[in-house]
Design a protein around this ligand. Structure first.
Ligand SMILES: Cc1cc2nc3c(=O)[nH]c(=O)nc-3n(C[C@H](O)[C@H](O)[C@H](O)COP(=O)(O)O)c2cc1C
Length: 301
């Protein structure tokens, strides 16, 4: 059975990717996870300077999903390079460095610096953080998306992935702009905007009032967006949003994603990739499918 998948010029041993912000920098979970099931881990988004993130509470669990307003807490680029990067190389899997910024210059500076490290093979450009009080996320605007990614493309030949928000009227025009700018893959979707209110106190549960909603509840919403996007672009899509089981993952593959990302589920079962990969293999066996690539876009309509 062939489970390896291409992500630009990289080959990942399985189609399962751990989503940014739910897997730290890998080392936090290393005793709990069997990396042989994971095609790649994506780091927490790093920014040029360290960030302390938003006011607590920053996580609130609802009945079917999770609200978070972490606000890109991270140690910053220099500490990442000095302390996290050497560790990332030791895991038995590929890694993707997620980056974020507050201006084009910041994104460009990070890519320029990361470009010097041969061991970094892939960069995910987070254009979709809902928790940093920007008027607009970059991936809510097709022109901003195109212009920023075009600049970044010129700075590196590493695999570039654009992480897109679902919070747009037409996701197709956004993914097409990213594709035109020359990225190698798309990662969709990031969280949806959401909030929850404590009615006794009449106060929001999150310190920053609203946040990003993720987990099981968003799966049909994200699946629809992945399916819509996959019909219009010819580059690999890392599809996710609410994946918890092998069935969920297979749905995303059938909808057209080449790879799947696990996010919120990592907060509960960090080794869930094992179950999911086993379920995918069982399904392939049952369906007499030899190569995982044959599943991609296999939805019959
Ligand atoms: C606590 C938490 C922190 C997150 N931090 C980031 C982040 O730093 N960068 C990013 O691109 N996405 C971040 N995300 C979004 C996830 O990577 C993922 O795209 C999203 O949660 C949807 O997938 P899921 O429903 O499987 O969690 C975060 C999600 C959660 C729950």
């Amino acid at each position: 059975m062939y489970l390896a998948v291409k992500l630009g010029k990289l080959t990942l041993k399985t189609p399962i990717i751990c989503a940014s912000g739910t897997f730290g920098f890998g080392e936090e979970l290393k005793g709990l996870v069997n990396f042989k099931n994971i095609g790649a881990i994506t780091t927490k988004t790093i920014t040029l300077k360290p960030r302390r993130g938003n006011l607590p509470p920053r996580i609130f669990e609802t009945d079917h999903g999770v609200l978070n307003s972490v606000g890109l807490e991270n140690p910053g680029l220099d500490v990442f390079v000095a302390e996290k990067l050497p560790e990332l190389k030791k895991f038995n899997t590929k890694f993707i460095v997620s980056i974020g910024g507050f201006s084009s210059d910041e994104y460009e500076e990070i890519v320029r610096q990361l470009a010097q490290f041969e061991e970094i093979e892939a960069i995910e450009v987070n254009l979709s953080c809902p928790n940093i009080q920007l008027k607009k996320m970059v991936s809510q605007d097709k022109t901003l998306t195109y212009e920023l990614l075009k600049e970044l493309r010129q700075l590196t030949s590493k695999v570039l992935i654009a992480k897109i928000t679902p919070e747009v009227t037409d996701i197709v025009e956004i993914v097409q702009s990213a594709r035109e700018a020359g990225v190698n893959a798309l990662s969709l979707v990031n969280t949806f905007y959401g909030m929850a209110i404590n009615i006794e106190e009449r106060k929001p549960y999150l310190g920053s009032i609203y946040g990003g909603y993720s987990g099981r509840a968003i799966k049909p919403l994200s699946l629809y967006r992945v399916w819509t996007a996959a019909k219009t672009v010819d580059i690999p899509i890392i599809g996710g949003g609410g994946i918890e089981s092998a069935t969920d993952a297979i749905e995303f593959l059938l909808a057209g994603s080449s790879l799947v990302s696990l996010g919120t589920i990592n907060l509960v079962y960090p080794n869930q990739a094992e179950q999911i990969l086993k379920g995918i293999k069982d399904y392939m066996k049952k369906m007499k499918i030899e190569n995982i690539d044959e599943l991609r876009g296999g939805l019959i309509v």
